[in-house]
Design a protein around this ligand. Structure first.
Ligand SMILES: Nc1ncnc2c1ncn2[C@@H]1O[C@H](COP(=O)(O)OP(=O)(O)OP(=O)(O)O)[C@@H](O)[C@H]1O
Length: 259
C-alpha cells in the first residue's frame, strides 16, 4: 500500500510521491530540493545531496546556515515544515511520512540536547527505546561499544557527564534498528579525550554499515572522520564533495567555515 494513504503530506503541498526517483536514485539516502520554513521564515532553500550506504557525511556551515533545520527536515519533524522536495531512503519516500514512520524506516536523530529521559536509569533509557519493534542492537552489544554505559547502567541517565550522556543518546539510537544516524553537534562541550572516544565509536558504527550525517561545529574533526562533506550557507548547498578536499582547500574553509 502507498505510504501516502495515511500521510497528511501530499503532492498538493509540493511533494511528489509518484515521482519515481527511487528507480534512478544513485544513492542509498537522498535529499532532493528540500525547502522548509519556520512559520514565514524560509530557512532550508533547496537542499539536495546523496549519501551512499555506510558513508559518513559531514554537514557543515557557519552558525545559522541551516544545518539543524536540515537534519530536522530529514527526520520528518513537524518543524521546520517541509513544503517542497523529496527524501528517499533505500527506495522508500520519506517525504510522505510522519517522523514516527520515518523512524520505523530507520532514521534516527540524536539532537543537540540529547533528550535523556529524567527519572530513568541508563539501562531503562535503552530499554524504553526497544519497547516497539524494530529493535536494533542488544544491550550487551551496546555496552560492548560503550563500556562506560555498562559501568553506569543503574545510574540515572541525566546524572551522567556530558560525554556519557552523548554516548547514551547514540546508544539509544542504535537500540532501534536504524539505517541512518543523524547526529547534531555530538562533540559540543566535550573534552578532546571524550571526543576521541566518541569518534572511535562512530568509526565502528560505520563499519556496521550504518550511514551517518554529522553536523558539527568542530569542522576539522568532522572532516577527518567523514567521507564526504556538504557545506550550507543561508540554507543552500555551496559545496558537495570529498571531505579531504575541504581539509586541503584553505579558501573554501575560510569562506564558508571560517577556519
Ligand atoms: N524554531 C525556529 N523558529 C524560527 N527560526 C528558527 C527556528 N530554529 C532555527 N531558526 C532559524 O533558522 C536559521 C537556521 O538555524 P539552524 O539551527 O538550522 O542553523 P545551524 O546551521 O544549525 O546553526 P548553529 O550552528 O548555530 O546550530 C537561523 O536563522 C535560526 O535563527
Amino acid at each position: 500500500m502507498s505510504q501516502t494513504a495515511t500521510n497528511p503530506a501530499s503532492a498538493a503541498d509540493g511533494f511528489n510521491p509518484n515521482a519515481n526517483h527511487a528507480e534512478t536514485a544513485p544513492a542509498f539516502f537522498s535529499a532532493w530540493d528540500i525547502h522548509a520554513y519556520y512559520g514565514e521564515s524560509y530557512i532550508v532553500q533547496g537542499v539536495s545531496f546523496n549519501i551512499h550506504e555506510g558513508e559518513i557525511l559531514a554537514l557543515l556551515g557557519r552558525n545559522g546556515a541551516g544545518k539543524t533545520s536540515t537534519l530536522r527536515a530529514l527526520a520528518r519533524l513537524d518543524s521546520p515544515s517541509v513544503t517542497h522536495g523529496e527524501i528517499w531512503l533505500d527506495h522508500k519516500h520519506l517525504h510522505t511520512m510522519t517522523s514516527y514512520e520515518a523512524a520505523v524506516e530507520g532514521i534516527a536523530l540524536v539532537p543537540e540536547d540529547r533528550r535523556i529521559i529524567p527519572g530513568l536509569t541508563v539501562e531503562e533509557n535503552l530499554q524504553l527505546a526497544q519497547i516497539v519493534e524494530p529493535v536494533g542492537w542488544s544491550l550487551d552489544r551496546l555496552y560492548d561499544l560503550f563500556p562506560r554505559l555498562r559501568e553506569r547502567r543503574k545510574q540515572e541517565g541525566i546524572t551522567l557527564s556530558g560525554g556519557e550522556q552523548q554516548m547514551l543518546a547514540i546508544a539509544r539510537a542504535l537500540a532501534r534498528d536504524i539505517k541512518v544516524l543523524l547526529l547534531d553537534e555530538p562533540y559540543e562541550g566535550l573534552a578532546p579525550v571524550i571526543v576521541d572516544e566518541i569518534e572511535k565509536t562512530l568509526r565502528i558504527i560505520k563499519e556496521q554499515g550504518i550511514t551517518t550525517v554529522l553536523v558539527e561545529q568542530n569542522a576539522v574533526r568532522a572532516l577527518n572522520l567523514a567521507d564526504r562533506a556538504v557545506i550550507l550557507d543561508t540554507g543552500q548547498v555551496v559545496y558537495d564533495g570529498s571531505a579531504k578536499e575541504v581539509l586541503e582547500n584553505d579558501a573554501l574553509r575560510a569562506e564558508y567555515l571560517a577556519i
